[in-house]
Design a protein around this ligand. Structure first.
Ligand code: PLP
Length: 420
């Protein structure tokens, strides 16, 4: 008789692991009600008294301070946070911006949406983060910036990336959609380069359903981001005076209310995730054939959107692949997936060059993305990487032990997977 659930055995886990997501309570109700009864459902302008008191402005101040940044501008979503920041950073048509292959596609499409060209580079297989060497090799005379993604909330090598950017006169826009709350070398992420863009979409560790925020320490840049998110208005100027062509990317007070309430319980959740992740990592190190991403020096607290770990192919019997292992683990009741590991250049939008109304200068064109190949990202995507949702790490240590039991069971019965 087979032991593994995928072959008809009894699953190790037969209940929810962690917590259902999202989590909310009376504070969300209170703040939402305050917005409702105030009769002011939008954030308004910037500097008057009403705006100072708005939920959106309160969230901007609180979140910027929480992330160790001086300024925050809340927007409609993470994709538009990137677009808005790129415009404020002075992007011009045909400029090149370097992005990693392993990310959500918006990191790159935001670049195309502002008429610039994403240059997709490989990751470091040890950390799944954008490779500084690959960045350096991709710099051309048309490069203007880098969007490093703190993929899975794990910090990319931001100091080296800042150094490369400084030497080549490039901007650094951190894509922090996965990285709220991560502490690296004494500080949180998002204002370590020129600016950072966060998503507050419902799956994220800090959410208001849809939403985003741009952080920066640069006051002039913050003013430009504000203007670009507010149809080109400038703080302090007459309300019907517009200074640049820009969209309306304002966050509503409903979103501000929920984001502010969510922030009040964020730190506690972040600590639980990190403690559970450490327990999981200790367990993984004891099981042959699997391994955690080893924490880089200076990573004090890892807060992740997806939790990332790895399958070590060489340590399994011939015929047992990462995909079979993941199927077996899912059958045991452990939620595993591949997150954003598929190299983004494999999307039809890149292969078919469906870029929409781009207006690059004559003689300037995007690379042939069908010829782009990032071997590390391809290998991690096909053979090594494994992700799990963050909310799985919000329960007690018994949930972590149960997941480790399931992994151990699959390992001990690996021979059942050979002919799967
Ligand atoms: C790395 C990354 N960047 C940007 C985004 C875009 O954020 P949003 O969905 O809020 O537009 C996401 C969303 O998942 C993401 O994962």
């Amino acid at each position: 008789m087979s032991e593994l659930a995928i072959k008809g055995g009894t699953p190790v886990v037969n209940r929810l692991l962690g917590k259902p997501w999202p989590i909310w309570g009376d504070l969300e109700r209170k703040y939402l009600n305050e917005v409702l009864e105030s009769g002011i459902w939008w954030r308004g302008g910037w500097s008057d008294e009403q705006v100072e008191k708005s939920k959106v402005a309160s969230f901007e101040r609180a979140f910027a301070a929480y992330q160790d940044a001086a300024f925050g501008v809340a927007v409609t979503n993470g994709t538009q946070a990137l677009e808005c920041a790129l415009k404020a950073l002075g992007i011009r048509a045909g400029d090149e911006v370097i992005v990693p292959a392993a990310t959500f596609v918006a990191t790159a499409t935001a670049v195309i949406l502002v008429n610039a060209i994403p240059i997709i580079v490989d990751i470091d297989p040890a950390t799944f983060q954008i490779s500084p060497d690959a960045i350096e090799a991709a710099i051309t005379s048309r490069s203007v910036g880098i969007i490093p993604v703190h993929y899975c909330g794990y910090p990319c090598d931001i100091d080296r990336i800042n150094d490369i950017a400084y030497r080549h006169g490039l901007f650094v826009l951190e894509d922090c959609a996965h990285a709220h709350g991560t502490i690296y070398k004494g500080k949180k992420l998002g204002a370590r380069g020129n600016a950072g863009a966060f998503s507050l979409q419902m799956g994220k560790t800090l959410t208001c359903g849809e939403g985003g925020i741009v952080l920066t320490n640069d006051e002039e840049l913050a003013k430009l981001v504000f203007s670009y998110h507010h149809i080109g208005r400038v703080a302090g100027a007459p309300f019907y005076e517009f200074h640049r062509v820009a969209s309306n990317l304002r966050m509503t007070e409903w979103q501000g209310a929920v984001a502010l309430a969510q922030l009040s319980r964020f730190d506690e959740q972040a600590n639980i995730r990190d403690a559970n992740a450490r327990r999981f990592e200790d367990g993984l190190r004891e099981i042959p054939g699997v391994a955690p991403l080893e924490r880089v020096e200076g990573l004090e607290r890892w807060v992740f959107y997806f939790y990332a770990w790895r399958f070590v192919k060489e340590e399994w019997p011939e015929g047992v692949t990462r995909d079979k292992f993941m199927q077996a683990l899912s059958a045991e009741g452990v939620p595993v997936h591949l997150g954003h590991l598929q190299p983004i250049y494999q999307n039809p939008l890149f292969i078919e060059r469906n870029f929409g109304p781009v207006a690059w200068p004559p003689g300037v064109d995007a690379p042939d993305y069908s010829a782009v190949y990032c071997p590390n990202c391809e290998r991690v995507y096909r053979e090594e990487g494994i992700h799990m949702p963050h909310a799985v790490f919000l329960g007690g240590p018994e949930d972590i032990d149960l997941m480790l039991d399931a992994i151990r069971k699959v390992r001990e019965n690996a021979h059942e997977l050979v002919d799967l």
